[in-house]
Design a protein around this ligand. Structure first.
Ligand code: CMC
Length: 431
């Protein structure tokens, strides 16, 4: 492996170059030596949307899209979803190993101690318009956390970094729950440290006048599993935003807010909300074939289908389908499931989707579960952002510790005007 090389002949000059390969990849900077003459800048690689460019090395998540494999720190996602709590998985992603019982206890205690948010931030949230989108509230309030913790900008101090990571993990469910209560005009519920991570979140969401909200254990576990499945997904759009913004050494709150912004788009995390809208638009199972025909004719996309990396069934979607069955035992079946199953059945047989290797992704079934549990569609992406914060922070930390990383600054192929003179002077400049 070590001595693998690539030989390139430049047909413009007839010169041959031998470039070393690094972990099966060519280093783009090695292309720079390929020049037509001393004035030539050197060869660039052109890769809009990073279709074939590794922008970092990472030891966090392994994803084989052709075979439908997803692992966090080497552990198959199926095992983590079945056997772990979300906070165990968060510890694993951030530290590389699963915690032992004492470490888990200490870790859960630390995260729990940081669930409260400053009253100033609560007042800040009260200023949002009644129909503000919860994802927009979350993005803004996470950015506002940097006004409360100015020391967070010392990103090179490992202890400061660690504290901000714990703060963000602790406060995300609180901010998410407050954004939800705000949109319903309900008073905010303070965190309750008697509960674990997801139960505390459910308490802050649903508590009314009772002293403590008692979450159904099946629904609480379903949410925990969904959190585990969403915790990281290597170099997706929002993680790339986290790394790119973080590479300028911005503080972790500003950086996480940028990642939330990226996640909110309908091609990324916002797709779960769009899936529900699509199922509403289709309305009934018998209208599925007509809807598919419309997509094939080039009118829109089947939301919750397709993925840049998975060219096989998304393993997370497979687990979510199982979780859906457990949730529906408690909540009753969401009638939208029948429409979704019919969409999947037809799409998986249809040549248009088969040829393009379009399979259901994580967002296809998650929204149906969230709705059955009682969430409105505008909360779905917020439910994605809470656990993904762990992945963003693990990737941010890894990026800061990687000696090869620098400020993210891609090149471009300039396609504008060549140099030109601003003559003759116009009447306006003469006046
Ligand atoms: N419905 C219909 N056609 C599709 C779809 C879809 N959902 N996705 C891709 N295609 C077609 C696309 O039009 C193209 O066709 P052609 O070769 O004829 O031009 C072909 O499949 C390849 O697609 P692409 O756009 O080159 O693929 P991409 O890797 O750039 O896009 C994607 C990936 C996820 C943005 C895209 O599949 C999509 O827009 N899906 C719908 C939105 C969605 O579900 N997003 C959630 C992604 S998973 C979770 C997450 O990341 O948040």
């Amino acid at each position: 492996m070590q001595n693998e090389t690539l030989t390139i002949t430049d047909n413009r000059t007839g010169k041959t170059y031998t470039l070393p390969l690094y972990k099966g990849a060519v280093r783009a900077i090695d292309l720079r030596q390929i020049k037509t003459g001393p004035e030539d800048f050197g060869l660039l690689s052109y890769d809009p949307a990073f279709l074939n460019t590794a922008a970092c090395q990472s030891a966090i998540t392994y994803l084989d899209g052709e075979r439908g494999i997803l692992r966090y720190r080497g552990y198959p996602i199926e095992q983590l979803a079945e056997k772990c709590s979300f906070l165990e998985v968060a510890y694993l992603l951030l530290n590389g190993e699963l915690p032992d019982p004492a470490e888990l206890d200490a870790w859960s205690g630390e995260v729990t101690r940081h669930t409260m948010i400053h009253e100033n931030l609560k007042k800040f949230m009260e200023g949002f318009h009644y129909n503000a989108h919860p994802m927009a509230i979350l993005m803004t309030t996470v950015a506002a956390l940097s006004t409360l913790y100015p020391e967070a900008r010392n990103i090179h101090d490992p202890e400061v970094r660690r504290l901000q990571i714990i703060r963000l993990l602790g406060k995300m469910p609180t901010l998410a729950a407050y954004s939800y209560r705000h949109s319903l005009g309900l008073p905010y519920v303070y965190p309750d440290n008697d509960f674990g991570y997801t139960r505390n979140f459910l308490n802050m969401l649903w508590k009314r006048t009772e002293p403590k909200y008692s979450a159904n254990p099946v629904l609480a576990r379903a949410l925990e599993v969904l959190f585990i499945l969403h915790a990281d997904h290597e170099q997706n759009c929002s993680t790339n935003a986290m790394r790119a913004v973080g590479s300028s050494f911005a503080d972790p709150y500003a950086t996480t807010a940028a990642a939330i912004a990226a996640l909110s788009g309908p091609l990324h995390g916002g797709a779960n909300e769009e899936v529900l809208r699509m199922l509403d638009e289709i309305g009934s199972k018998d209208r599925v074939p007509a809807y598919i025909a419309q997509i094939k004719a080039g009118h829109g996309k089947l939301m919750g289908f397709g993925h840049r990396v998975y060219k096989n069934y998304d393993p997370r979607a497979r687990i979510i389908k199982r979780v859906a069955d457990e949730v529906f035992e408690v909540t009753g079946r969401n009638p939208k499931l029948d429409i979704a199953l019919e969409l999947e059945r037809i799409a998986l047989e249809d040549d248009f989707f088969v040829k393009r290797k379009l399979y259901p992704n994580v967002d296809f079934y998650s929204g149906i579960i969230y709705q059955a549990v009682g969430f409105t569609p505008d909360m779905f992406t917020v439910l994605f952002a809470i656990p993904r914060t762990v992945g963003w922070l693990a990737q941010w930390q890894e990026m800061l510790q990687d000696p090869e990383q620098k400020i993210a600054r891609p090149r471009q192929l300039y396609t504008g005007q060549p140099v030109r003179e601003r003559v003759p002077e116009t009447a306006a400049t003469l006046a």
